[in-house]
Design a protein around this ligand. Structure first.
Ligand SMILES: [Cu+2]
Length: 156
């Protein structure tokens, strides 16, 4: 029979390993929670943005403000050149995602109508949770194409 002291000594490596594992798991969970909820402080939430290469300036007008979670709705996007000429014959695609969560929208929204004067109707917009979303529009006219992104902070 081992004495209580020897038993204690034999168990110590296991206890140390268990403690280390617990610390690792807690650190990992803490990091994951931080990463899931971390939002850069300097995000630009403006509804008018210049495209990445500066070809177009776009303004989004969601059907309702604030945007409700889990509700199918429409947007209108207005697109013009930086000097204010409406882009009347653009091809526009849209996609949204949550940068921290690695998932997108539950729908595949589409531009379904050219409303004229640089306005385009976006149907099928839906966000399934609150938080930080980025909605990208790929805008093309003729041989030119550029991307414009909007940050949204949704309550929900
Ligand atoms: Cu999410």
């Amino acid at each position: 029979m081992p004495t209580p002291r020897r038993l204690h000594l034999r168990r110590r490596p296991i206890l140390i390993a268990a403690a280390a594992l617990t610390i690792l798991v807690l650190a990992y969970l803490g990091f994951t929670m931080w990463r899931m909820s971390y939002v850069p402080a300097d995000l630009d939430y403006s509804t008018t943005q210049l495209s990445e290469s500066g070809l177009y300036q776009a303004t989004i007008v969601p059907e309702t403000e604030p945007i409700a979670i889990n509700q199918l709705h429409t947007w209108v996007i207005h697109i013009e050149t930086p000097d204010g000429q409406p882009l009347t014959d653009a091809t526009v695609t849209v996609d949204g995602d949550m940068p921290q969560h690695g998932h997108g929208m539950p729908t595949r929204p589409q531009v379904t109508q050219n409303l004229g004067n640089g306005d385009y109707l976006v149907e099928g917009m839906k966000f399934q949770m609150g938080g930080w979303w980025v909605v990208d529009f790929l805008i093309g006219e003729g041989s030119e194409q550029d991307k414009v992104s909007f940050n949204l902070m949704l309550e929900g």
